[in-house]
Design a protein around this ligand. Structure first.
Ligand SMILES: N[C@@H](CCC[C@H](N)C(=O)O)C(=O)O
Length: 286
């Protein structure tokens, strides 16, 4: 079968975006992996599938697949790409759009300057939400947060365990460039304490309103930016008393802005979304 797609990115986190309102999509994990493959396919960190909504009062449903073919709950940079896609394709004329995702409804909004702000909902600070296998671990609980000691590669790191709909394990490092993201990232992602695996964030505090962030993403490896990772890092930094909202997040792929008014409040993520090219690809049966 032939598939029409748009290649997009949000701060360098790249996506294959697919209109599944006008095309029938039913791919196996192996077919998603083929599309995401940077040598044998199109290449992407995630695939975003735009569908008709299932719930009332919602404009669209969008589904997210990691490069490894697994379907996941949430993608912040993807939410912005989604808005640009449905706007450019004339699928909506609304500027504020209600979208169903696997982890609930989010509300992205197209700003006058072309950037997109996404109301990502309130972070879930309890580690049970990640989920995290806490058996046998002692914890230092800060309010309703959990800061967990995690053994990685013979070292103990303090990890903030936060769900933005999808799971994040964030640690503070002195120098994000020198941090062992490619060595410790996969160990954290697959650590037995995270039964559903996790996105591993390495955050350097620059000042109270600015961080540098690298994220080793579950199912995709290190990406140039991770929107939900940026939200989780800022929430972790604010909860630890290191940051104040709003916070500029510097990633290898560009800048994201995060605002969070505190417990129970939604995290607002602002950043760019760019279309790179359109194409059509023959999908091999699998
Ligand atoms: N790049 C994303 C997050 C994509 C999903 C993540 N890898 C997961 O498995 O939870 C973002 O911008 O948030």
């Amino acid at each position: 079968m032939k598939l029409k797609f748009t290649k997009m990115h949000g701060a360098g986190n790249d996506f294959i975006v697919i209109d599944a309102i006008h095309q029938h999509i039913d791919f196996t994990p192996a077919q998603w992996q083929q599309l995401a493959d940077r040598r044998f396919g199109i290449g992407a960190d995630q695939m975003l599938v735009v569908e008709k909504p299932q719930a009332d009062g919602v404009d669209f449903r969008y589904r997210i697949y990691n490069a490894d073919g697994g379907e996941v709950e949430q993608c912040g940079n993807g939410a912005r790409a989604f808005v640009k896609f449905v706007t450019d394709k004339g699928l909506t004329s609304k500027r504020a759009i209600k979208v169903e995702t696997m982890s609930g409804i989010i509300e992205p909004m197209l700003e006058a300057d072309g950037r997109i702000t996404v109301d990502m909902g309130a972070p879930i600070l309890a580690p049970a939400a990640v989920p995290f296998d806490a058996a046998g671990l002692s914890s230092a609980v800060m309010g309703d947060d959990a800061l967990w000691p995690l053994e990685i590669n013979g070292k103990s790191a303090w990890i903030s365990v936060i769900s933005m709909g999808n799971p994040h394990a964030v640690q503070v490092v002195d120098d994000s460039e020198a941090a062992p993201v490619l060595i410790d990232g996969p160990l954290i992602e697959n650590h037995p304490r995270f039964p559903k695996r996790v996105n591993a964030g390495f955050m350097q505090i620059v000042d109270r309103h600015q961080i540098k962030l690298r994220v080793f993403e579950r199912g995709a490896g290190e990406t140039l930016a991770c929107g939900t990772g940026a939200c989780a890092a800022v929430v972790a930094g604010i909860r630890r008393g290191l940051l104040e909202s709003p916070v500029k997040v510097r990633t290898h792929g560009g800048e994201l802005s995060i605002a969070w008014a505190g417990s129970g409040q939604p995290v607002m993520l602002t950043g760019p979304a760019v279309s790179v090219f359109e194409g059509e690809i023959e999908i091999a049966a699998s």
